[in-house]
Write a protein of this length. Structure first.
Length: 199
């Protein structure tokens, strides 16, 4: 029997990032009752995996088992061509314990300068995993290609959004209307794959 989620199901968004929790709820089109891991005071698990899918599965499994509810987790990051794919799965770590993404974006610029790279190609990757308590897990991945832009522009979005321009666009994710971003983002593409699998 294929796995599915009924409308109105209570889901745990396995994140302590308010921006990410909000975006997950919006992409789920509010068809579920979404509560964040932070709201439930769930611990943040370590993320030792080397892939986005691996970390998403780990987070979804930890939240589902701890809360006894179906959990959805996202692991996403910025992959910079001139930095051999970094920060990649370590994107959040570059922001430090205070989740200071202004620092993280400045660090990207600094590292590119250190390696004397003028390469500005980059991509955002997003893996999504849905886990049932002590049950199966479904995982998918989405990606959007683009270019880096310095200095950061825009106050919408979160994370590295202010330095990323999707291919074919002229606004950063930090400047774009949220609905326009949701239509083309890495997370939206991962959600399309997840919808095909579950809904």
């Amino acid at each position: 029997m294929p796995l599915s989620l009924a409308a109105g199901t209570r889901l745990v968004a396995a994140t302590h990032n308010p921006g990410k929790a909000r975006e997950l709820a919006e992409l789920l089109r509010n068809r579920f009752q979404v509560v964040s891991a932070a709201d439930l005071n769930l611990p943040e698990p370590e993320e030792p995996e080397t892939t986005f899918v691996g970390n998403a599965v780990l987070k979804a499994r930890a939240a589902a088992d701890a809360a006894g509810l179906v959990a959805i987790a996202d692991d996403s990051g910025l992959c910079v061509a001139g930095l051999a794919g970094a920060p990649g799965v370590h994107s959040a770590r570059w922001a430090g314990p205070q989740k200071d993404f202004a620092h993280a974006m400045a660090l990207v610029a600094k590292r590119l300068e250190e390696v004397e790279s003028e390469e500005r190609a980059a991509s955002f990757a997003c893996a999504l995993a849905v886990a049932w308590p002590r049950g199966p897990v479904v995982a998918v991945e989405g990606r959007v290609e683009g270019m880096l832009s310095f200095p950061p522009r825009g106050t919408r979005g979160f994370g590295y959004d202010p330095i990323f321009i999707p291919l074919g666009g002229d606004e950063t994710f930090g400047e774009m209307d949220p609905q326009a971003k949701h239509a083309i983002s890495h997370r939206a593409r991962a959600f399309a794959a997840l919808e095909a699998a579950l809904f």
